[in-house]
Design a binder for this molecule. Sequence first.
Ligand code: HEM
Length: 138
Amino acid sequence: MHVRVISLILRFCAIPALILGILFWIGLVVPTNALLSIHMLLGILVMLGLWMMSIAHFKSKPGLAISILLLSLIAIIFGITQENFFVLAPSLIWLIKLIHLLLVFGALTLCNMLTRSPHPTERKTTFLQQKKILPQDN
Ligand code: HEM
């Protein structure tokens, strides 16, 4: 699938997942089973989108791609099981919630690093060389 399509799907799922999560967080919406399932489904789709993005960029940035694959896998497993931790360690709910957010936003930030185009100062060729006005230095 084209990288732009994956990126569009990612945004379409990540924004409602984030809004629902924030509404749960501030207590404006009660996390009923149905709403939690929607949040988790959207979240899992985002994480699968990150996998596709990592696979698409695997050759150019293998280290970053593997980190995203692992982090998003842990984010899915932790997200599915986090409610059990709420019961096991009620005094540590804030920490469990924080870990969920760190995993999710960590994976999203790494994906942003994977897909962003290089800053002009990081490019190996200058603008004039890209336009073939100046020769490339070898
Ligand atoms: C784009 C991805 C995601 C975003 C932006 C996101 C965001 C949030 C936010 C802001 C909260 C409220 C604070 C908190 O409890 O930590 C939350 C709660 C939660 N999320 Fe996610 N999440 C994402 C993915 C996932 C995934 C993949 C799963 C599981 C498969 C998941 C499961 C949960 C659960 C179970 C809660 C707890 C609701 C509660 O009982 O308070 N989330 N999420």
